[in-house]
Design a protein around this ligand. Structure first.
Ligand SMILES: NC(=O)c1ccc[n+]([C@@H]2O[C@H](COP(=O)([O-])OP(=O)(O)OC[C@H]3O[C@@H](n4cnc5c(N)ncnc54)[C@H](OP(=O)(O)O)[C@@H]3O)[C@@H](O)[C@H]2O)c1
Length: 258
């Protein structure tokens, strides 16, 4: 299937590794011109080069801390100047810490808000005029499967992601008339550094992953490229009638019927 992403311009945030990197690679492989952001410039530049070498399509690396309002404003301005348009925005960031509700103070809540909710608001607000100008666009937010079923110790993540679920619905309503779709992708357990860091320190990593996979109907942890495939479809012309949704990529881990 030709996803018609040739010459589309995509911003992929938090993309030096993990899910963001896999998404940037998949979009680039489909012909999109990709601009990637993350904080560590060395790592980011390496990733951009790696993707460009694999796909032959232009990839620009621009360092940014998505939790910083000034940085994200400059980033989007420079990204728009780079290719003269923005068609796709992939909102992503590092995840907030895991712990019990009783262990988070105001400062922890404020940081999670700025990193995982306000960053999505800001970047989306800044790209919308560019999408409206060219007659359409795609905003896709990486959230978490914890919006569908309880994940212990994920109170910061779940609270911020639930805000994004609501925001995407409202944005889908408001920007549908401009052919701008807004959707969320909710990962279950996908093998990235973030997931590896949550394994018990004293356990054998392979055994610990097998243990985690026991409750997943497909019997394994997901691969970043499996999530990237859905994002790439949502970014395509073919997904023009899908908006306001939250779709899980979790191997069936969430048993909830609704
Ligand atoms: N993997 C899973 O199974 C899973 C499940 C549910 C939800 N999620 C969510 O999906 C998102 C991505 O997770 P991942 O597994 O891909 O994580 P990861 O492998 O740790 O990668 C995180 C990426 O985000 C960048 N980043 C972190 N903080 C940033 C900031 N303030 N500004 C810009 N870039 C930033 C990192 O680069 P720098 O450090 O250089 O900035 C890196 O490129 C997270 O929000 C996570 O909570 C993941």
């Amino acid at each position: 299937m030709d996803l018609k992403l040739n010459n589309k311009v995509a911003i992929v945030l938090a993309a030096s590794k993990g899910l963001g990197k896999a998404i940037a690679l998949a979009l680039s492989a489909e012909g999109a011109k990709v601009i990637i952001g993350a904080r560590d410039e060395t790592e980011l530049t390496k990733t951009a080069l790696e993707i460009q070498t694999l796909t032959g399509n232009e990839v620009i690396a621009m360092p940014v801390d998505v939790a910083d309002g000034n940085q994200i404003t400059n980033f989007i301005r420079k990204a728009a100047d780079a290719f003269g348009r923005i068609d796709i925005l992939l909102n992503n960031a590092g995840g907030p810490p895991f712990n019990k509700f009783e262990n988070f103070d105001d400062d922890a809540w404020q940081k999670a808000f700025e990193l995982n909710l306000l960053s999505v608001t800001r970047a989306s607000r800044l790209v919308l005029p560019h999408m409206q100008k060219t007659g359409g666009g795609r905003i896709i937010n990486i959230i978490s499967g914890s919006v569908k079923s309880v994940l212990a110790n994920s109170v910061l993540s779940t609270s911020m992601r639930m805000g994004i679920v609501g925001m995407a619905k409202l944005m889908a309503d408001e920007f549908g008339p401009y052919n701008i779709t807004v959707n969320n992708v909710a990962p279950g357990m996908i093998l990235t550094d973030r997931l590896k860091h949550t394994l018990p320190k004293d356990a054998d990593p392979e055994e610990a992953l097998k243990e985690r996979a026991k409750n997943i109907p497909l019997g394994r942890i997901g691969k970043p490229e499996e999530l990237a495939a859905l994002v790439t479809f949502l970014a395509s012309e073919q997904a023009a009638y899908i908006t306001g949704t939250t779709i899980q990529v979790d191997g069936g881990a969430n048993r909830s019927i609704f």
